[in-house]
Design a protein around this ligand. Sequence first.
Ligand SMILES: [Zn+2]
Length: 325
Amino acid sequence: MRDLYEVLQIGREASAEEIKKAYRKLARRFHPDVNPHDPEAERKFREIQEAYAVLSDDDKRSQYDRFGTVDEGESAARQAHARWAGGRSRVNVSFGGFGGFPDLGDLFGDLFRGGGPVSQAPETPAEAAVELDFVDAMRGTAVVVALRREVECEACRGSGHTSEKVCGRCRGSGRLIHTDRVRVRIPAGVADGDRVRAAVRTTPGGEVAVAVKVRPHPFFERRGDDIHTTVPISFAEAYLGAEIEVGTIWGPVRAKIPPGTQSGQRFRLRGKGVRSVRTGIPGDHFYAVQIAVPRVVTPGGRDLVRRVGELYGVDPRSGLPLGLT
Ligand SMILES: [Zn+2]
């Protein structure tokens, strides 16, 4: 078992509040919803959950501090899952979500409420959903959401009839549906699955929770606050090294490819990812280079490349098993 404090990147004297903060920060970063099909992130995410299950429980934490283990260490993870699975049902998310995991909206939730004190009233805020272009999500934007609410019919003052006749305005129901169009500012860096909250005077609870869906970009893939791309390079650039231009969400960045670079090798441009909505700290940009091969084979090229083949001292596949041994 890894050191649980290390997993949450905190000191041994961390307060309960600090533990919770660290957990939320890391859980957001490695959440399966923001790292789809990333087993490494999922492994980390589980590790974080396990660490939190122990360190957030006073008894278990003191046991862990004294003995370095917890009796039910193995079941702690399961408990954490059960707790979250139970907790999830009360979260109303219109899309996304991930069975058995804390919901991202939950992890973000109160941070979006702004600096003010969190309202004690457990009223359900109005819900809305928007779908954004990737570029708008990166830059921030404003959306107008329509919120429907029932109001008293002003023609009959809610009675359903005027003089002896049935009220024509509300057809006797005494109620009318009123639609408020509310402008909601979406902060730059908002991610798919986030919920943005905004104050709305007219709705119960005084706020609207806008579930944000972000359409994927054909080139930039977001994972947490990091951006991942693939950049084609020529064999000559891979072999000799080169300075290339890499497209990032902040514009082109010049980057060096070292000599002897392998296809699939990944490089990092620090701070060129998405600036976190919550912390303001930017993620990184990772790009994997892919050696592009000319599709058209010419006689001259054939001779040249045969000689390139001689550069390989050994069979590139030597050492690979040729079956189950
Ligand atoms: Zn009426």
